[in-house]
Design a protein around this ligand. Structure first.
Ligand SMILES: [Zn+2]
Length: 64
């Protein structure tokens, strides 16, 4: 998936931690503030950090 954050700014992204299956989510609007609306959801996925264990990079994600 290669969606720009600006196209889904009113949604959120649900992520599942690749290491332990922790589920966490971020509001897209917050991600835009932290990065830029020109980023894609795929790029952001690689920057999000699991709130349960701190793992990043290979988490699975879904925009909802
Ligand atoms: Zn985790």
């Amino acid at each position: 998936m290669n969606t720009k954050l600006s196209a889904v700014s009113d949604k959120r992204v649900d992520l599942t931690c690749s290491a332990f299956g922790h589920e966490f989510s971020y509001k897209i609007a917050d991600l835009i503030l932290a990065t830029s609306d020109d980023k894609t959801t795929h790029e952001v996925r690689q920057k999000t950090v699991c709130r349960g264990c701190g793992v990043r990079w290979d988490n699975t994600y879904q925009v909802v």
